[in-house]
Every structure is written in structure tokens, then in C-alpha cells.
Design a protein around this ligand. Structure first.
Ligand code: ADP
Ligand code: MG
Length: 585
């Protein structure tokens, strides 16, 4: 740490103004006061630096020293990230808890990557190889589920002059690269400034679906690997459950979960719940492929502001290894509120609802870091980073600035609805207002992979739901009995789509996940019913008989059919056809 000192001239909550920090730059980290609290310069105005401090500033006052670090707010990247639980500026929460008790001691320093852990480095590159940024030098088994690639850091290029298997902590030198400026030691750890996207060789449009096993999402509002989605909803509508379901079931290899505590105890829940989650695909704890970033509500707002950037940088680093990574942020509203608070203290000109004018661009700068990319490195490996952000607008009002700014950048909108949640229809995703701009990509792939009319069925089902919404209006005005029989049959089909298909219980072992194949079969049963009952009705079959077929119970229970017993769908379909054919007309 440099000795160049400034001095505090003013303190306003988490914001400290210092003078005399010569040549300091925007976003440089500094240490404030005798206690050396962490802070970041967020504004420089005629020599005065405004510093957001990541810790309680009680006791800091004018006259106290400020030290430069000459480094931007950065994260440590290397083996040990997986399974970690960090605060917004990558301090290990579990370690700090263990060493300092319940409350984090200010200025407490504990390295992000534990130096007491030994890792086995296995080389992939050889002596004599010419390498540059992103090339994989070797691998470390980081957890039961993750092989950590040790990559050539940014700005290093040359010939490998030494590399060998070695066991040691992250600081151990694993390779030496001869560069034009001389030999460079490469360890297992590198650093990266969080506000700067990690470079990639090439960014491409997302082309692979991100399956989630959640029927309403995969069928109607699909996400892609490298895509972006927003889950806005009022309190209690199911945002956190959606995020947890995705963490468990989405086909992503690495999960980075950024929790910004909604209620006082909610992060404590996350800290207890998340480590208890089991990865359904492997039976191992989900933490074996997860990095958790937690902001409890008693942590300073500035750390919360930084946390999404800390999270996305860690996520990019795993993407750079060639993994599919999913980042969930729950909830980004708390992040935006942190921005608002800091902006207010800086006395900036407020924009809409007191949020800073740069709210939109800051939100965009986060979501724009998602993507399907060719990573740096000569093997041109593919990596993806998907972002799913929850938003909790006050009163569930989607016209509010954070939802609106998010919708401008994301490609998928899963709108949670308090009426559905109140009626216990979960996931409470409103099928009339939600959308996905990736639908065509996923339709085409699903049609091809399943060799079934996925797209055709999906659009027929959606038009039935849309027609239901129109008819609902009519029913309210004139009553059900006034409707033509064909419309009443349609309402029956719509009800089946809602209750037997869309409704999905996250907490039922058989219902919590549905493969694409099973999703297709489930919806196909309902549509077959509708498409066969309609001509039967026209030919004179009784509506009441059609509405009370025995097979409808089988269709309602089809969601519980095990994934390895999908042949049962054929039997139900046969029964359906037989029952309709047997009706007198
Ligand atoms: P939010 O994060 O929006 O405040 P939560 O995700 O905590 O809301 O959900 C609130 C409650 O709704 C959950 O505790 C659960 O009881 C219920 N719930 C939400 N989604 C589902 C689901 N898919 N299946 C069953 N219950 C759900
Ligand atoms: Mg929640």
C-alpha cells in the first residue's frame, strides 16, 4: 500500500470526501482512517475525492488519513472460488464470521482465496508452447464437480519455459513464461477490476436453449445459454423460488448467486438454505458448483452496489474457462436502491423517483456482460454467461424505473403476478404479459431434437390461453351459460393448460423438474383432447360428457409420471381417443 495520503474532510454515512489524494483515479480503491476501512473513489471534483466506503463509517471524521492502493476494486480469481460465500467486495463471509464472530469487524482482512488450502496443479501446456492471454496452462480439481482451468492472465504472451505438476496454495508458481519483457511467473491466482468486462475473442448471438425444467419457462418463455432474463414481481410472488429452481435445474455448469437481502433475515435464510441445496443431477451439494455472494441488510449500501459487479466478474472468469455459467441476482432492486442512496449523498441531480440519471446505463452495463462467446485462448472454446435478475418494484408496479430500465436490455421477461400467487397458482408467471425474444431459436431446436411439432403445439396452447382471457371478460358480463358450447370446451382446455401444465410445484419431487420431452407429451395430451373433442361436439356429442371424461383425471395426474416412464403417455392418449370415440352422438 502506498504511503501517499489524503485527509478526510467530510463524512456522510457511507460516503467520505477526502482531499490531497494526488493523481488518484476514478474507481481506485483506498483505505480510510486509522482503521483502514475499504473504500472506492466514485467521484473526483476539483481535487476532492468522494469515496464510497464498504464498511460502517462510525468514528471516521475530518482530519483522518486516507491511503491510496493504486488499484481499482478487483477480485481474486483462482481455485477456491467455488463453494465460497462472499460479501459484495469478495470478503469471505464464513471465514470472517468464524474469526470475528457475528458482526464483521471493520477493516478486517481475510484473503478472498484461502491460502491454507493446497491444490494439485496438473499441466496441460508443455515447455516450449507459445501462449497468450486465455490459453489454458493446466487444471486443478477445485470441487467434486468443477475442474478449474488455470489460464494465462491478461497481457502475458510468450513461450512456456517451465511448467510441471505441483501441489501448493494459490500463490504457488505453476509455470514460467518467457515474454519480450523477460520471464513472468504464473501462479494459480489472478486479479481483475470488477467494473471492467473481461475480454473475449468474439461475441455471438445465443443459439442453445437453457432448459430449466420449469414448464411455463421452457415451453412458453424460453431462455438461452448466454441470454438475459428479468423476473419482476411483488413481494411473495415467487422470485426467489424461480431463482432457486434455475440454480438447481438449469443446464448451466456453474452458478453464481448474488443475494441482496430483501428483508432483514432473508439473507440469513439464503446463507442457511443455499448450502443445503442438493444438485439434482449429481446428488452432490449444489455449492460444489456455486459461488455465493450475500449482502445482508446490515451491510453498508456501498458493498451492495459493488456486489453485482463482483459476481459478474467471477462469472465471466468461469465462462472464460469454457463453461456455461448462470448468474442470478436477487433482487436487483436492492442494488438500484444502493445506487440511489449513494447518488443522493453525492448530491447528484436525481432522475426518475430519485434514482440517478445513470441508472439505466449502469443496469445495462451489467446485463451486457452476458453472452455466448468464443473465449480468449487459441483453442477457441465456447463459453456462455446467462443473467437472470429478479426485480422487486414497490407495490409490484412494473412501470417503475428499475423494471423499465431492465426491460430495455433483457431479452426475456417473466412477469410474476400477485393475483396468481394469491390464488396459489405457482410459478405465478403471467402467461399473457411475459415474453421471450429467444422463442424462435428454441422452437427450431426443439422441433428438430424432439421430432415433434413443439412450435405448433406451443402456439396453439398460447392462443387457447389468449382466447380464454377474452372469454373471461364476456363470462363476467353475460354468464357462462350464454357462451356457445364450443367456447365452453375451449375454456375447459384452457383450464387444463393452466392447472395440468403451467402449474408446477417446486416442492414436489416428481413435479419440480420436467424434461423437454415430457413437457411436450403433457401439453400434447391436452391439445389432443381439445382437437378431438371439438369435432365430436360438432357431430353431436354432449358437452357435459366431454367435460367429464374419465381420462381427464389421468391427464391431470400426468405431471407426476416419472421421467423414465414416459411410455405411460401413450396409454393415456389411447384411452382419450377411445373415450371420445365411444360417446354417443
Ligand atoms: P419473493 O421472492 O417474490 O418474495 P418467494 O420466492 O419467497 O417470493 O415465494 C413466496 C412463497 O410462494 C414461497 O415460500 C412458496 O410458498 C410459494 N411459491 C413460490 N413459487 C412456488 C412454486 N413454484 N411452487 C410452490 N410454491 C411456490
Ligand atoms: Mg425473494
Amino acid at each position: 500500500m502506498s504511503n501517499v495520503q489524503g485527509v478526510v474532510v467530510k463524512v456522510s454515512g457511507p460516503l467520505v470526501v477526502a482531499r490531497g489524494l494526488e493523481n488518484a483515479r476514478m474507481y481506485e480503491m483506498v483505505r480510510v482512517g486509522e482503521g483502514r476501512l475499504f473504500g472506492e473513489i466514485i467521484e473526483i471534483r476539483s481535487g476532492d475525492c468522494s469515496i464510497q466506503v464498504y464498511e460502517e463509517t462510525e468514528g471516521i471524521g475530518p482530519g483522518q488519513p486516507v491511503f491510496r492502493t493504486e488499484e481499482a476494486l478487483s477480485v481474486e480469481l483462482g481455485p477456491g472460488l467455488i463453494r465460497s460465500i462472499y460479501d459484495g467486495v469478495q470478503r469471505p463471509l464464513d471465514k470472517l464470521h468464524a474469526s470475528f464472530g457475528e458482526y464483521i469487524v471493520r477493516g478486517a482482512e481475510s484473503p478472498a482465496l484461502d491460502r491454507s488450502v493446497q491444490w494439485d496443479f496438473v499441466p496441460v501446456a508443455k515447455v516450449g508452447d507459445t501462449v497468450s492471454h486465455g490459453d489454458i496452462l493446466g487444471e486443478v480439481d477445485e470441487s467434486k464437480l468443477v475442474s478449474h482451468k488455470i489460464m494465462v492472465p491478461y497481457g502475458v504472451e510468450g513461450k512456456v519455459s517451465r511448467i510441471a505438476p505441483v501441489t501448493g496454495n494459490v500463490d504457488t508458481v505453476v509455470a514460467v513464461i518467457d515474454t519480450s519483457k523477460g520471464p513472468v511467473d504464473i501462479s494459480m491466482v489472478q486479479r481483475w477490476p470488477v467494473r471492467k468486462p473481461r475480454p473475449v475473442a468474439k461475441k455471438m448471438p445465443p443459439v442453445q436453449p437453457m432448459t430449466t425444467g420449469q414448464r411455463v419457462l421452457d415451453m412458453f418463455f424460453p431462455l438461452t445459454q448466454g441470454g438475459t432474463a428479468c423476473v419482476p414481481g411483488p413481494f411473495g410472488s415467487g422470485k426467489t423460488v424461480v431463482q432457486h429452481q434455475l440454480a438447481k435445474w438449469a443446464n448451466a455448469q456453474i452458478v453464481v448467486y448474488v443475494g441482496c437481502g430483501e428483508r432483514g433475515n432473508e439473507m440469513t435464510d439464503v446463507l442457511q438454505e443455499f448450502p443445503a441445496l442438493i444438485d439434482p443431477k449429481t446428488g452432490e451439494p449444489l455449492m460444489e458448483r456455486t459461488v455465493l455472494i450475500a449482502n445482508t441488510s446490515n451491510m453498508p449500501v456501498a458493498a451492495r452496489e459493488a456486489s453485482v459487479f463482483t459476481g459478474i466478474t467471477i462469472a465471466e472468469y468461469f465462462r472464460d474457462m469454457g463453461y456455461s455459467v448462470a448468474l442470478m441476482a436477487d433482487s436487483t432492486s436492492r442494488w438500484a436502491e444502493a445506487m440511489r442512496e449513494m447518488s443522493g449523498r453525492l448530491e447528484e441531480m436525481p432522475g426518475e423517483e430519485g434514482y440517478p440519471a445513470y441508472l439505466s446505463s449502469r443496469i445495462a452495463s451489467f446485463y451486457e456482460r452476458a453472452g455466448n462467446v468464443i473465449c480468449k485462448g487459441s483453442d477457441e472454446r465456447n463459453g456462455t454467461l446467462s443473467i437472470i435478475g429478479a426485480v422487486s418494484p414497490p407495490g409490484g408496479d412494473f412501470s417503475e424505473p428499475v423494471v423499465q430500465a431492465t426491460l430495455r436490455v433483457v431479452k426475456v421477461f417473466w412477469g410474476l403476478d400477485d393475483k396468481l400467487a394469491f390464488a396459489r397458482h405457482f410459478p405465478a408467471i403471467n402467461w399473457l404479459t411475459s415474453y421471450s425474444l429467444y422463442q424462435e431459436v428454441v422452437d427450431a431446436l426443439a422441433n428438430e431434437k424432439l421430432q415433434q411439432p413443439w412450435k405448433e403445439n406451443r402456439s396453439q396452447a398460447m392462443s387457447i390461453l389468449q382466447r380464454e382471457a377474452e372469454l373471461d371478460e364476456l363470462v363476467r358480463l353475460v354468464g357462462m351459460d350464454a357462451l356457445p358450447q364450443s367456447d365452453r370446451l375451449l375454456l375447459q382446455a384452457a383450464k387444463m393448460i393452466r392447472e395440468d401444465f403451467l402449474h408446477q410445484n417446486a416442492f414436489d419431487d416428481r413435479d419440480t423438474y420436467t424434461s423437454m420431452e415430457k413437457q411436450f407429451k403433457m401439453l400434447d395430451l391436452i391439445l389432443t383432447y381439445f382437437n378431438e373433442a371439438r369435432p365430436a361436439l360438432e357431430a353431436g356429442a354432449l358437452l357435459n360428457s366431454l367435460l367429464s371424461l374419465k381420462v381427464l383425471e389421468d391427464i391431470a395426474r400426468a405431471k407426476l409420471i416419472e421421467e423414465n416412464a414416459l411410455h405411460q403417455f401413450d396409454a393415456i392418449k389411447d384411452k382419450l381417443t377411445r373415450e371420445i370415440a365411444a360417446l354417443p352422438r
